[in-house]
Design a protein around this ligand. Structure first.
Ligand SMILES: [Zn+2]
Length: 688
């Protein structure tokens, strides 16, 4: 299983760089002047016409939701996007300064940053070249003579970031977490999820699939194909067959089912027609690797059969379309526009593409992340902020400890095991201790596609080079300028990039309660992932090991079922309901994270009640902070994609769905049985 990513930037998961636009870029966290203590509550955002007890999300955000429009170049908008906007502005000056630096040494950080940016911004050259930068790769696909050689080509395309049916990644062995192992995962679709191909009865998804076929036809025509219409249909049919053999989003969440360690003989038995030796060689997997993880074995065997029954020309045109689709945003204007028309507009509802400059910044950010990240933290993340957040994290860990101790439903035996796991959680705040060395990556001022291709392969090589080596505990799965956070069950660690810890998600001038909500919800959420329905299957050393008594496990699962039923009843878009099973882990983390937030704040106050500010008690401010951090709205297409493929529920339901179960919320706002947020005590569920 790959480490969990807690993205709040919905739809950004599959759309290239669906990120941020204009803010003052100020980080006021280091201001040393004494300021009057503030509540941190965004009073202007409140809709007083909705009672907190009836719809807390609409009450706390209603005015913001009504008055703030989603920018035309966005599919969604919210607190995370606004924070990210600030970051993008900060990166802009870092990148432009690097480009302006005089007498840059070849191979220096400044040369790489400046030249990658310049190569992106040079539209004239991009337009003049058209598809030419992909000539070499297209020739490799054209040269494919038989299916035997396909395995090596699939591995090669995967190395340069093209989503072909097998996605090779490297992570810790889930039952021997001191070793890295290569994992052959399912991939190969261009739409967000298999349902887009298979749920023919869903008119919106069927319409998207039809538009995808038209999009493919246009792309192939632009690439000089004479039979583009027929080929587009063949590709859609082939991807539909891939969709059929893929596991569902819910099935993918089961780490036990995904644990299948195979040797070469077993792999050959599973998929006899694939040349695995050539595949691993092409993927750069060290020859001494003797075992691999096959997360979805039925997919690999199904793919083997599918390749056998599909004609070589169809496979070739599919690979070509995948290659062009993957690099289209870096090519000439016609490819950029067509790519946006489908990926940006049809799939996510954005009206206009982001400016060239913003896309250029995202490209540098995405490919030289830790070079710009190093400069970003130097300028925008203080040691003082790091210390403040570390103190909050310590209080959350203490809150979790207390939570386990006081749980009514769990036996002392399981509690003891849970405490052991908790005591082994480590945390990383702000930025890595050790930065990625990019010296082996060549960036040229006049070669955008080559730059990105080399950067993708550089990252791929970094991954496969981990095989056979000791676990790198300093590694980060996100850059410091990422507005996000994660829990990694294999490392049993929580990681908070610097950018998650800034305005409007962190208010340095406010009394802490709001931050225990706005940042704390995320800290509590990530710690809770260690104990959600997936995370709880791992022990403190990152191994899949059952440390539960049978009875407690059943009780925990029964609680999960209640939460699944609650979320199954929520409908973010008419005709679509949240998938309670797909989102269970995230919903448990939100549920427990909110419980921890109120408890951690109490610990920070030494048990004394916090002050009332602006008419809000400390507990009320914590909940306002939770809602402010989760404020968001999204276009319908993006919401549908999220419901289908993202394990996170939309913001409104993350807030209301967790607070309806929180006893502290009932107390803080005096929620009564006649109120709409009210759930009878026997219908409420808490986990930790
Ligand atoms: Zn999460």
């Amino acid at each position: 299983m790959k480490p969990r990513v807690c993205s709040a930037l919905i739809a950004g998961l599959f759309l290239t760089a669906n990120l941020a636009a204009a803010h003052d870029g100020q980080d006021h966290g280091t201001a040393a002047v004494a300021k009057q203590v503030q509540s941190g509550v965004d009073k202007a955002g409140i809709d007083a016409s909705v009672r907190a007890q009836d719809d807390f999300f609409a009450h706390s955000q209603g005015n913001w939701l009504k008055t703030v429009a989603i920018p035309d170049d966005r599919s969604s908008w919210g607190a995370f996007n606004i924070a990210n906007e600030t970051v993008q502005d900060q990166l802009k000056s870092i990148i432009e300064n690097a480009d302006k630096e005089a007498n840059k040494k070849a191979g220096s950080d400044a040369q790489k940053v400046g030249d990658l940016y310049a190569s992106f911004m040079d539209e004239k050259q991009r337009d003049a070249q058209g598809l030419k930068p992909l000539k070499g790769e297209l020739a490799k696909i054209a040269a494919l003579k038989d299916k035997k050689a396909l395995a090596a080509l699939i591995a090669h395309l995967n190395n340069i970031g093209v989503s072909v049916p097998i996605d090779l990644s490297v992570h810790q062995d889930n039952k021997a977490s001191t070793n890295y192992i290569a994992d052959l995962g399912q991939s190969g679709l261009s739409l967000p999820n298999r349902d887009y191909y298979l749920k023919k009865e869903d008119a919106k998804l069927a319409d998207t699939l039809a538009k995808y076929q038209v999009h493919l036809e246009k792309m192939l025509t632009m690439a000089g194909h004479k039979e583009a219409a027929a080929e587009a249909k063949q590709i859609v049919d082939f991807e539909t067959e891939i969709a059929k053999i893929q596991w569902t989003a819910v099935e993918l969440r089961d780490p036990i089912k995904a644990y299948n360690k195979l040797n070469l003989e077993q792999l050959k038995a599973l998929a006899p027609n694939m040349d695995w030796t050539a595949y691993f060689k092409s993927a750069g997997v060290p020859a001494k690797s003797k075992e691999w993880m096959v997360s979805q074995p039925s997919f690999i065997s199904g793919l083997d059969g599918l390749i056998q029954k599909t004609s070589l020309p169809v496979i070739k045109v599919y690979l070509e379309a995948k290659l062009i689709g993957s690099y289209a945003p870096l090519l000439s204007k016609e490819f950029v526009d067509e790519s946006f028309a489908f990926r940006g507009t049809v799939l996510s509802g954005a009206k206009v593409n982001r400016s060239l400059q913003k896309r250029g910044i995202s490209t540098v950010d995405g490919n030289l992340g830790e070079i710009v990240g190093k400069l970003y933290v130097k300028q925008h993340f203080s040691a003082e902020r790091k210390k403040q957040v570390e103190d909050i994290v310590k209080n959350f860990l203490a809150a979790f400890k207390e939570g386990i101790e006081t749980l009514e439903w769990m036996s002392p035996e399981t509690k003891k095991q849970a405490q052991i796991k908790l005591s082994k959680i480590t945390y990383k705040i702000g930025y890595p201790n050790k930065w990625i060395d990019y010296s082996k990556l060549t960036i040229a001022r006049n070669d955008l596609v080559g730059n990105v291709m080399r950067s993708r392969s550089f990252r791929h090589n970094q991954e496969v080079n981990k095989l056979g080596r000791p676990i790198d505990h300093d590694e980060w799965g996100m850059t410091p300028q990422t507005v996000n956070a994660y829990y990694n069950p294999e490392m049993n660690e929580i990681v908070f990039p610097a950018a998650r810890l800034q305005s409007p998600l962190y208010d340095a001038d406010a009394e802490p309660a709001i931050n225990y909500g706005a940042v704390g919800i995320s800290i509590g959420h990530e710690i809770s992932h260690a104990f959600d329905d997936q995370g709880a299957q791992y022990d403190g050393d990152g191994n899949l090991r059952d440390w539960w008594t049978k009875e407690d496990k059943e009780k925990f699962a029964a609680r999960g079922k209640i939460l699944v039923a609650q979320y199954n009843s929520y409908s973010p878009v008419p005709g679509y309901t949240i998938n309670g099973e797909l989102t269970l882990g995230e919903n448990i983390a939100d549920n427990a994270g909110a419980i921890m937030a109120t408890r951690a704040y109490k610990i920070s106050q030494g048990g004394k009640p916090g002050p009332v500010i602006d008419g809000y008690t400390a507990e009320q401010r914590i909940f306002m902070g939770v809602a402010q951090a989760r404020r968001s709205k999204a276009r319908e297409a993006a919401l549908i994609a999220q419901i289908k493929s993202d394990p996170h529920s939309p913001g409104e339901f993350r807030v209301n769905g967790s607070l309806r179960n929180h006893p502290g919320f009932y107390e803080a706002f005096d929620v009564k049985p006649s109120d709409k947020m009210y759930l009878a005590p026997e219908q409420r569920v808490i986990f930790w």
